[in-house]
Design a protein around this ligand. Structure first.
Ligand SMILES: Cc1cc2nc3c(=O)[nH]c(=O)nc-3n(C[C@H](O)[C@H](O)[C@H](O)COP(=O)(O)OP(=O)(O)OC[C@H]3O[C@@H](n4cnc5c(N)ncnc54)[C@H](O)[C@@H]3O)c2cc1C
Length: 303
């Protein structure tokens, strides 16, 4: 359904907001409607003002998405500053807002002398995005530390608490519906020495600088790893490192990172990713599944 005829009357909602700057690839068109609710009350009033049938898309730090050049024909929400808090309970549970950047969560936990969340320092997403994707690295993942989440359903406005087990978290997977917005997450942690934990964060940051194409436009690993191999190793084994088509290339540093030039658009990235997928499939029989989420409409006939 086109959302053109649907209007939303709320003073926090803006029309025609360019989404590229809100993502790490920096590509993509406009959100027909966009809002950054500052707190839960604001979020719920925006959802109430939305006309029935208007699609809602939740964007985190935009580090795992490619937004279509045609934009998103609906209401795009990004959690505002009231969702960026981090607190620690007497039992060591860390309660974080859904919009909190993961590196800040890692630093907060380390400075408080709580271990287990250090791996988040290298992942440039938000708490909500990490739960949705079960983000992980350095031998851990969100599932290993998540206790529970508070979600708002954008269709019903209902606020519920869901346990980590209930989310069925698997490799880069959760069963969160696209309508469920993570507004808060609680993490378990163990005691640790702040100085050692901060040193761990520095080690992880250094490792990332050495093994990933920092300072480039990308969205991290493009494909999920198949059962027993790494997607990057498979792409590398076919000699595709450095392959360049127009403004997109396979990183020379990490073959599962597809790096874009500033003049790339979303269609360039979409086409490149699907060509890599097709090449790998033809030459190995392995069908790599994208980890990156393509938001909005992509047109095959533009290849
Ligand atoms: C340089 C680089 C390195 C990376 N390294 C890693 C890594 O080591 N491990 C890893 O797992 N990932 C990695 N990523 C990918 C990415 O950072 C993670 O997937 C991250 O969890 C995405 O969070 P986000 O807030 O950016 O989500 P977005 O990219 O904005 O969105 C991703 C998905 O989550 C949904 N979403 C976002 N916020 C919410 C919310 N509040 N509630 C419900 N759904 C939400 C979106 O609708 C979308 O479906 C990397 C990315 C980059 C650019």
């Amino acid at each position: 359904m086109t959302q053109e005829s649907l209007r939303i009357d709320h003073n926090a909602v803006r029309a025609g907001v360019l989404l590229g700057p809100l993502t790490t690839y920096k590509v993509g068109g406009e959100a027909r409607w966009f809002a950054e609710p500052k707190d839960l009350e604001d979020l719920r009033s925006i959802l109430e003002a939305r006309p029935p049938g208007m699609e809602v898309v939740i964007l985190g730090r935009g580090s795992n998405v490619v937004v279509s050049d045609d934009g998103i024909d609906g209401l795009v929400l990004r959690l505002g500053h009231g969702f960026s808090s981090a607190d620690i309970g007497t039992d060591g549970t860390i309660v974080a807002g859904g919009g909190l950047p993961l590196p800040r969560l890692a630093r907060f936990a380390a400075e408080a002398g709580r271990s287990g969340l250090g791996f988040f320092v290298g992942i440039p997403g938000s708490v909500g995005g990490a739960v949705k994707m079960n983000a992980g690295g350095h031998g851990s993942d969100t599932a290993a530390v998540l206790a529970s989440v508070v979600v708002v359903d954008s269709e019903t406005g209902e606020l519920t608490t869901r346990s980590s087990e209930d989310l069925d978290l698997g490799y880069r997977f959760s069963n969160l519906a696209d309508s469920e917005i993570v507004v808060q997450a609680s993490f378990s942690s163990a005691p640790g020495d702040p100085a050692a934990l901060l040193a761990e964060l520095r080690d992880i940051t250094r490792w990332r600088k050495e093994h990933q194409p920092g300072g480039t436009l990308n969205a991290g690993s493009v494909f999920k790893n198949p059962a027993d191999r790494s997607a990057g190793e498979i792409i590398d084994s076919l000699g595709l490192k450095g392959l360049t088509v127009g403004p997109v290339r396979v990183s020379e540093i990490h073959a599962n990172f597809m790096v874009a030039e500033p003049d790339a658009n979303a269609t360039d990235i979409w086409t490149f990713v699907h060509n890599i997928q097709r090449t790998v499939h033809e030459r190995t029989g392995i069908l790599l599944e994208p980890e990156v989420k393509f938001l909005g409409t992509f047109h095959e006939d533009r290849i």
